[in-house]
Write a protein that binds this ligand. Structure first.
Ligand code: NI
Length: 262
């Protein structure tokens, strides 16, 4: 069985068929999906979807809630209050995706850093792991966490940095999340190197659906069922069986998110 450690079933692209998408995932042994919020409506939706499928014969659904760095400029006191309120819901297993994205710069750097710091504090207070989106800001994000000074753990999701940057996250105790880019034929050398070298007990796998569909679905809407492609690409790079990747990454997700999977 597999755990999709990062998907957005709360995204409008799944508005009409997210249950079907979960049924399809069940058929290929996806046992659980972490449904990731990126603003207030999507965080609320993530929690609502968990409630809706509870007890059904579908993959277990859990929620992670936060304000994405792209949306950091929206994070005023009211937004912070709502996130804090939602975070107490029993289906919420992480704070994220939060972090820093200096590639797109949809929100000013200072806003991103402030929103990130607030969400670090929240994760620490509630004892929840972090789901981090970091793009072209690895050293800055690591500095923010070091300056924060208190111990937090989490995952650097959809990792696209270098192996040297990955090592810094590993030193901090973070997991590395590998997504469908690892299956791409070009512009994926860094990710392939990281996937090959990251210790198997620090590896998580994810789809980031609806984005980044793996080969041979590249360009289409991604979905949790395609996680198997990510796992098999990593298994090949590491020279181990797909079962070994499935077992290890499922155990890692259980440990990090403190979830129970039947
Ligand atoms: Ni995402």
């Amino acid at each position: 069985m597999f755990v999709d450690s990062h998907a957005h079933l709360n995204h409008p692209k799944f508005a009409y068929d997210w249950r079907k998408v979960l049924e399809k995932a069940k058929e290929v042994e996806i046992a659980a999906v972490i449904n990731i919020g990126y603003d207030i409506p999507s965080s609320e939706m993530a929690v609502k979807q968990c409630n809706e499928v509870e007890g059904e014969n579908l993959p277990k659904l859990f929620a992670s809630i936060a304000i994405h760095p792209h949306n950091a400029k929206e994070q005023g006191a009211e937004v912070a209050r709502r996130i804090r309120q939602l975070a107490n819901h029993p289906f919420v297993v992480a704070i994220g995706e939060t972090g820093l994205d200096f590639h797109y710069g949809f929100s000013p750097k200072e806003c991103q850093i402030r929103a990130f710091e607030e969400q670090l504090e929240l994760a620490y207070e509630l004892g929840l792991p972090l789901v981090l989106h970091i793009r072209e800001a690895h050293s800055e994000a690591i500095n923010v966490i070091r300056n924060f000074g208190k111990t937090v753990i989490g995952v650097a999701h959809c990792f696209t940095g270098t192996w040297d940057e990955a090592k810094k996250w590993l030193e901090l105790g973070f997991y590395i999340g590998i997504a469908g880019i690892v299956t791409f034929e070009s512009k994926a050398e860094n990710i392939k190197e990281v996937a090959e070298k990251v210790p198997i007990d620090k590896l998580l796998i994810e789809t980031d659906a609806p984005y980044l569909a793996p080969v041979p679905y590249r360009g289409k809407r991604n979905e949790p069922a395609y996680l198997v492609r990510v796992a098999s690409a990593i298994a090949e790079l590491k020279g181990v069986s797909i079962t070994k990747i499935a077992d290890a990454t499922t155990q890692n997700a259980i440990k990090l998110f403190r979830i129970e999977i039947p």
